[in-house]
Design a protein around this ligand. Structure first.
Ligand SMILES: [Zn+2]
Length: 332
């Protein structure tokens, strides 16, 4: 059994053409990469999302985590009605898309898909491709599965690889309707996102307290922060409100959700001047997120956020008891 390393996984996933509703090349590569991965079982739901479970022994993470990444990226798809017409699907404004086409940046169609024609470039520092969002997220989950399996680590957790996120979380919504992971499981969106509100490229993975549309589960976020601290992993805790992620959709469907992101350069293939360019992420941020996820799904952290706040307040009540007593007469 050949164990794929992070660079192999990234190369194989990032070179797959993808677009909303046309995620099958990415799906096939995920299935191929995880086919021989010990302890991992994977199936496709009715909508075409992949649902995966790592189960080795009786141990479970606490809470049970469901890592989620999406398999699509903004791109050109053949019109369902007029086969010679192409529609650009996903969040890029029309003038920028048209300028990109004029510059000859649109690649040759692959079946019903066409993407910007940028090669995959990976070195020790940087990962550059047409679709880091969210194929880097998919690669991170695959690497997490393989690295835990190689360590023969005993735990249970799940993952979703979804369709059609870029057109409004359609795949995630379908997963939420059937939610097969139990009511106590917590969804964790694994994204690549534009760093805003103080976050920077190379500053470590971002613990995303929320996105443009909602804020996320307090306890889940606290557990992420505690795990990062215990492992000595540098993270950035930020509100990433320049975009929205699947945690918002899952949460709206009643599922506890949190989010993490790898800082993304050239979000949706736009540079500072709105030219069409490749997206990129830093290798160090990507590597650090895998390490954080490995620790997260291997640890029990029941209710840690709430308990520690209560403990702290109760301690302070005792510590300041003489002050409370002395000032009491003014609050009669
Ligand atoms: Zn995304």
């Amino acid at each position: 059994m050949a164990v794929p390393n992070l660079t192999n996984i990234l190369k194989r996933i990032l070179k797959q053409p993808t677009a909303p509703f046309h995620e099958y090349h990415v799906r096939n590569e995920i299935l191929a990469l995880l086919k021989d991965c010990p302890h991992v079982k994977i199936k496709q739901d009715k909508f075409g999302n992949l649902l995966a479970t790592y189960k080795n022994g009786k141990n479970k993470s606490e809470p049970t985590w469901v890592l989620g990444a999406h398999m699509d990226h903004p791109g050109f798809v053949r019109n369902p009605e007029a086969k010679n017409d192409w529609t650009f699907l996903g969040g890029v404004a029309k003038p920028e898309v048209e300028a990109g086409i004029k510059k000859g940046l649109r690649g040759k169609p692959v079946g019903d898909i066409a993407t910007w024609k940028f090669p995959v470039k990976i070195d020790f520092e940087k990962i550059e491709a047409n679709a880091c969002d969210d194929l880097v997220g998919c690669a991170i989950i695959i690497a997490t599965f393989w690295e835990l399996a190689t360590l023969n680590l005993s735990t249970t957790f799940h993952a979703t690889f979804t369709r059609a996120e870029e057109v409004g979380f359609l795949g995630a919504w379908q997963v939420a309707q059937k939610w097969p992971f139990g009511k106590d499981a917590v969804f964790l969106s694994i994204e690549t996102s534009r760093p805003v509100n103080g976050a920077v490229m190379g500053g470590g993975p971002i613990v995303r307290v929320g996105d443009r549309l909602s804020i996320f589960d307090n306890e889940g976020t606290a557990i992420l922060m505690t795990t990062a601290k215990e492992q000595g992993i540098r993270v950035q805790r930020c509100l990433l409100d320049a975009g929205a992620c699947e945690a918002t959709a899952m949460q709206a469907a009643g599922i506890r959700s949190a989010g993490v992101s790898v800082p993304l350069g050239h979000y949706h293939n736009l540079d500072e001047k709105k030219n069409i360019v490749p997206e990129y992420v830093m290798m160090s941020d990507t590597r650090a997120l895998i390490d954080l996820l490995k620790a997260l799904v291997a640890t029990k952290h029941e209710g840690i956020g709430e308990r520690s706040i209560r403990e702290r307040v109760e301690m302070r009540m005792e510590e300041y008891a003489p002050f409370i007593k002395a000032s009491k007469k003014h609050f009669k």
